[in-house]
Design a protein around this ligand. Sequence first.
Ligand code: ADQ
Length: 468
Amino acid sequence: MSRLIVVSNRVSVPQAMGAAGAQGGLSVALSAALREHRGIWFGWSGKETESFTGHLDMQRNQDVTTATIDLEPQDIDEYYNGYANRTLWPLFHYRIDLTEYDRSFGEGYERVNARFADSVLPLIEPEDLVWVHDYHLLPLGAMLRDKGVTNRMGLFLHIPWPPTRLFVSLPNHEQLVESMLQYDLIGFQTEEWLDSFTHYIKKEAGLKVDADGLIQYGDRRIRACAFPIGIDYEEFVDSAWSDVAVEGCKRLKESLGHGRKMLIGVDRLDYSKGLGERFDSFGRFLTDNPEMAKDVVLLQIAPPSREDVESYQLIRHDLERKAGHINGAHADVAWVPIRYVNRGYPREELAGFYRAADIGLVTPLRDGMNLVAKEYVAAQDESDPGVLILSRFAGAAPQMPDAVLVNPHSTEEVSDAIRLALHMPLAERRRRHQALLQSVRESDVVHWREAFVRALEGPIAEIGRDAA
Ligand code: ADQ
């Protein structure tokens, strides 16, 4: 079996996994992939250094070697807070209104990708497969090719790929996509994001995509495919029935008071997750259903993220204001409708909280996949499961048609869905849950990793490599 060199912006040392706090979906998924694969995980340590040295901090934990570099403050500013999180993230989540185009961001992005390429190069052996992750590192493959790397290289994008008409607003979009065509395999979360990419390739780049889905770029053939990511199902179910989870579930249920139902939302505090719209919808539900209002509580867990970026500070203020407003309008002495908590929880405790909730409210405005929806399903008690309300605009939606699918922009629709879910008979809850559980179990992270690595090793990727 070939060794795997995984490259991502941040690296999580595997032993710390059990105590995951507000860990992003990417690191949760990769930890599971690396637990079984020999190889090296390379990326930024998350630490700052006064001036870049390229020093590699190598560690070995549970058969996984991690190698990290520190970055300069200017790198973090321009590459991470700048191009990645002020330019690409909003644009790829269709938020052109929040997208900032600043030449220094683009320069920082190029510089850091070049630093990644220089630093990871000595770690790559001839037979290794190189698997690069996400929007932080789109040009890395091309930079490695320039340094003579002929290995098979794949890219997996964890976030959506935007429609062509939005994407072309990015200065230098042509060069960015051209650099991506140095990978042999490009993976997307869903057919929808893949279609958007293929549309750009045909209509803007003027390239041919053959009947097998291979992009023809000069002598190269590049495979672009959808590989929907999943959760580590076995691990999550174990967590969900651990003592910590059972205790967390019990404690939360007791805190609600007799007969009261709970809705749960768990998200990084990010504008793509639709938290403001979710609060508005819940407020609408309370107003439209006064007879039920005092019997429900929304628990929203949202640890802050990317706090150096202004749009994240603004959304935080906006949500505090909304929660305060709704609570002020509806609460009474013994009941507050929204419990809004800005911190992360260990996975086991979180799994218990999911099970305590009668409704999982997962309503992103746009999301590459969304693992919270899958975790909510996996944590339920099969004999008395809760109902998943899921945004149509989450990448998970096509795989989860038995959720109550909603348009998160419509407060009426979400409010109606909450009412429907609260009244849903047990038999229907069970039927929907069984169907969802089957999809979460079958499309888990192991399946995802194997499918991607198989495609990267397979004959299609070979065509790309031979032509490189
Ligand atoms: P994220 O945008 O981070 O990931 P998501 O897929 O929902 O979104 O993953 C979030 C993860 O963080 C989940 O595993 C969740 O349990 C955990 N988490 C969130 N809040 C937490 C809290 N308060 N305490 C503890 N854990 C918490 C990106 C893309 C997604 C894509 C993933 C994986 O934006 O669309 O699904 O990568 O590819």
